[in-house]
Design a protein around this ligand. Structure first.
Ligand SMILES: [Zn+2]
Length: 141
Protein backbone atom coordinates (compact mmCIF):
# COMPACT_ATOMS: atom_id res chain seq x y z
CA UNK A 1 0.00 0.00 0.00
CA UNK A 2 1.61 3.21 -1.11
CA UNK A 3 1.44 6.57 0.55
CA UNK A 4 -0.29 7.77 -2.61
CA UNK A 5 -3.28 5.55 -1.82
CA UNK A 6 -3.42 6.84 1.71
CA UNK A 7 -3.28 10.40 0.43
CA UNK A 8 -5.99 9.94 -2.18
CA UNK A 9 -8.23 8.07 0.24
CA UNK A 10 -7.70 10.34 3.20
CA UNK A 11 -10.72 12.45 2.26
CA UNK A 12 -12.92 9.37 1.91
CA UNK A 13 -11.56 8.01 5.13
CA UNK A 14 -12.46 11.20 6.86
CA UNK A 15 -15.95 11.11 5.36
CA UNK A 16 -16.32 7.56 6.61
CA UNK A 17 -15.27 8.73 10.05
CA UNK A 18 -17.87 11.48 9.85
CA UNK A 19 -20.58 9.04 8.67
CA UNK A 20 -20.73 11.06 5.47
CA UNK A 21 -19.18 8.69 2.97
CA UNK A 22 -21.39 7.88 -0.04
CA UNK A 23 -22.16 4.13 0.08
CA UNK A 24 -20.70 3.52 -3.38
CA UNK A 25 -17.30 4.70 -2.18
CA UNK A 26 -17.31 2.65 0.98
CA UNK A 27 -15.99 -0.63 -0.53
CA UNK A 28 -12.80 1.07 -1.71
CA UNK A 29 -12.20 2.59 1.70
CA UNK A 30 -12.98 -0.69 3.47
CA UNK A 31 -10.56 -2.48 1.18
CA UNK A 32 -7.87 0.06 1.92
CA UNK A 33 -8.49 -0.14 5.66
CA UNK A 34 -8.16 -3.91 5.50
CA UNK A 35 -4.83 -3.62 3.69
CA UNK A 36 -3.35 -0.57 5.37
CA UNK A 37 -2.58 -0.81 9.10
CA UNK A 38 -1.67 2.86 9.14
CA UNK A 39 -5.11 4.05 8.03
CA UNK A 40 -6.89 1.33 10.02
CA UNK A 41 -5.15 2.68 13.09
CA UNK A 42 -6.24 6.22 12.30
CA UNK A 43 -9.78 5.04 11.67
CA UNK A 44 -9.88 3.12 14.95
CA UNK A 45 -8.61 6.18 16.76
CA UNK A 46 -11.38 8.28 15.24
CA UNK A 47 -14.00 5.70 16.19
CA UNK A 48 -12.87 5.93 19.80
CA UNK A 49 -12.89 9.70 19.57
CA UNK A 50 -16.44 9.73 18.20
CA UNK A 51 -17.61 7.38 20.93
CA UNK A 52 -16.08 9.69 23.52
CA UNK A 53 -17.52 12.79 21.85
CA UNK A 54 -21.02 11.34 21.79
CA UNK A 55 -20.98 9.82 25.21
CA UNK A 56 -23.41 11.56 27.53
CA UNK A 57 -21.62 13.60 30.11
CA UNK A 58 -22.65 15.58 33.14
CA UNK A 59 -19.74 17.92 32.66
CA UNK A 60 -19.42 18.99 29.02
CA UNK A 61 -16.46 21.28 29.62
CA UNK A 62 -14.46 18.49 31.22
CA UNK A 63 -15.43 16.12 28.44
CA UNK A 64 -14.39 18.60 25.76
CA UNK A 65 -11.10 19.26 27.47
CA UNK A 66 -10.43 15.54 27.59
CA UNK A 67 -11.28 15.14 23.90
CA UNK A 68 -8.91 17.88 22.87
CA UNK A 69 -6.19 16.61 25.14
CA UNK A 70 -6.43 13.01 23.99
CA UNK A 71 -6.97 13.64 20.29
CA UNK A 72 -5.55 17.07 19.42
CA UNK A 73 -4.76 16.10 15.84
CA UNK A 74 -8.24 14.75 15.21
CA UNK A 75 -9.87 17.79 16.76
CA UNK A 76 -7.76 20.12 14.64
CA UNK A 77 -8.48 18.20 11.46
CA UNK A 78 -12.17 17.70 12.14
CA UNK A 79 -12.60 21.35 13.01
CA UNK A 80 -10.90 22.46 9.82
CA UNK A 81 -12.90 20.01 7.71
CA UNK A 82 -16.15 20.88 9.41
CA UNK A 83 -15.61 24.59 8.86
CA UNK A 84 -14.60 24.03 5.28
CA UNK A 85 -17.63 21.87 4.57
CA UNK A 86 -20.14 23.67 6.74
CA UNK A 87 -20.53 26.84 4.73
CA UNK A 88 -22.94 27.05 1.79
CA UNK A 89 -25.25 24.04 1.71
CA UNK A 90 -25.18 23.39 5.40
CA UNK A 91 -23.89 20.22 6.95
CA UNK A 92 -26.03 17.19 7.56
CA UNK A 93 -27.29 16.49 11.05
CA UNK A 94 -24.62 13.99 12.02
CA UNK A 95 -21.80 16.15 10.81
CA UNK A 96 -23.26 19.24 12.42
CA UNK A 97 -23.39 17.55 15.81
CA UNK A 98 -19.80 16.40 15.56
CA UNK A 99 -18.70 19.77 14.19
CA UNK A 100 -20.37 21.66 17.02
CA UNK A 101 -18.85 19.39 19.62
CA UNK A 102 -15.45 19.76 18.04
CA UNK A 103 -15.62 23.51 17.60
CA UNK A 104 -16.86 23.94 21.14
CA UNK A 105 -14.15 21.61 22.36
CA UNK A 106 -11.47 23.47 20.45
CA UNK A 107 -12.75 26.81 21.66
CA UNK A 108 -12.86 25.62 25.24
CA UNK A 109 -9.37 24.23 24.96
CA UNK A 110 -8.06 27.39 23.33
CA UNK A 111 -9.56 29.39 26.17
CA UNK A 112 -7.98 27.14 28.74
CA UNK A 113 -4.62 27.23 27.03
CA UNK A 114 -4.82 31.00 26.79
CA UNK A 115 -5.54 31.34 30.46
CA UNK A 116 -2.73 28.99 31.38
CA UNK A 117 -0.08 30.52 29.14
CA UNK A 118 -0.95 34.19 29.50
CA UNK A 119 -1.99 34.50 33.09
CA UNK A 120 0.96 36.10 34.84
CA UNK A 121 1.94 34.79 38.27
CA UNK A 122 1.45 38.26 39.70
CA UNK A 123 -0.21 41.46 38.60
CA UNK A 124 3.10 43.22 38.24
CA UNK A 125 3.78 44.45 34.73
CA UNK A 126 7.18 44.26 33.02
CA UNK A 127 7.84 48.00 33.44
CA UNK A 128 6.75 48.10 37.04
CA UNK A 129 10.09 47.52 38.69
CA UNK A 130 9.43 48.25 42.31
CA UNK A 131 12.80 48.64 44.05
CA UNK A 132 13.22 46.07 46.73
CA UNK A 133 14.17 47.80 49.93
CA UNK A 134 15.05 45.32 52.59
CA UNK A 135 16.82 47.86 54.75
CA UNK A 136 20.07 45.89 54.53
CA UNK A 137 22.10 48.70 52.95
CA UNK A 138 21.45 51.31 55.62
CA UNK A 139 24.00 50.44 58.28
CA UNK A 140 26.46 48.63 56.04
CA UNK A 141 28.87 51.28 54.74
ZN1 LIG B 1 -3.50 3.91 4.06
Amino acid sequence: MSAQDCESLSEDLFLLDMDELPPERKPAVDAHLAACPECAKKHGKFERFKAAARAPSADDAAKEEKLVKNWPDIVARAKAEAERRAAPRGPSGALLVVALVLIAAAAAAAGLWWVRSDAPPSRQGPGDMTPIDTGKGSGNK
